[in-house]
Design a protein around this ligand. Sequence first.
Ligand SMILES: N=CN[C@@H](CCC(=O)O)C(=O)O
Ligand SMILES: [Zn+2]
Length: 430
Amino acid sequence: MIHIRNASQVVTVSGASAAPKRGKEMEQLDIIEGGGVVIEEGVIVFVGEEEEAGKYVELHGGNGKEVTVIPAEGKIVTPGLIDPHTHLVFAGSREFELNLRLQGASYMDILNAGGGILHSTLQTREADEEQLLMEAGKRLDRFLTHGVTTIEAKSGYGLRLEDELKQLRVARTLDSTHPVDVVSTFMGAHAVPAEYKHDPEAYVRSVIEDMIPVVAQAGLAEFCDVFCEEGVFTVEQSRRILQAGREQGLKPKIHADEIVPFGGAELAAEVGAVSADHLLHASEAGIRAMARSGVIAVLLPGTAFFLMAKPADARAMIAAGVPVALSTDRNPGSSPTESLPFMMNLACLTMRMTPAEVLTACTINAAHAIGRGDRIGSIEVGKQADLVLFDAPNYMYLQYHYAVNLVDTVIKKGRPVYEQSAHQFRPTQS
Ligand SMILES: N=CN[C@@H](CCC(=O)O)C(=O)O
Ligand SMILES: [Zn+2]
């Protein structure tokens, strides 16, 4: 039994396990001041005021049960953060592109010249599983130290069956060996590989006929994603790919309206996507359609920041009743960071989301964006005990003391898996 004792705030984000929070609901965090949480066998068994938590432990902690106390005075406890959109598994990095962009090249100029995603594809094809495991494992460690306990991870740097499968196997291995849970998405439609440059339609057929059935039958992915964008995959091609995925049991997600307005939000609503992601250029009609169909907007303020673009209109989406989630979009080109807390700062300061909306977006709404709202994303009895203690007196402080790591302790399935104090500098011995 673990007793997290006397936190200045337990931010439960409760009451939305069946459906994501929208509109004003996103402001409701259901905070317990001076709260305690009790965990048994990886599951939350009590959450409430500290006095009651103490009584619970006294009553149920007997019979030789060991009780580990985690003092949380002066700290807040939140649900483990969830990142619902990453490109975790790839080889190498693309820091040289930053100079090209500073000289005026756009993200799409670089991709059209055979760089960008295509560069990472060459590096990923050359890497074996061991190298990918090592590189992605390091990224996952960093996510964990930033309070992230579950992520989604997309393939999409193989762009041919054997290498897409290789990426997905690496994600599966990490899921079973690393404390952070990894939920997989097949994204063979991330770019048209160089060998299909003159016949993109043939590549779309290959994704639909050669890749999706194999990935689905191997049980290597839960979702299917597509980069629906001018110069990448058309709305019509994206629709066919997502429908083929759905027929094989892969739930649709879309990279939508990132670079130009392209009808991605509308397509997300039409196909009943679980989420539409990016949405920097989503139309008003597209936003309304997403609200009607219950599509979650996964917003990526770090990508806008790193590409020096205007971020998505989060306020319009929240006002329209679209449930909003947030993510790092961790990838080698447009968002090379594992700091979800910094994305939270950016969401607040560049998209004017309130600190409460931001926490909802990174917990329960992010859980729904990967089909896990019933198990994680809030601190409620019966839910998996994925929790973070932050060195902060209240939840608003997370958006105030910005761009530093305030994570104190991360608990995954009831087990402390990261403690900041273990990594503190010691005074030099004389
Ligand atoms: N825009 C498409 N895909 C990724 C970027 C991938 C890359 O540049 O390697 C994204 O979501 O931002
Ligand atoms: Zn992405």
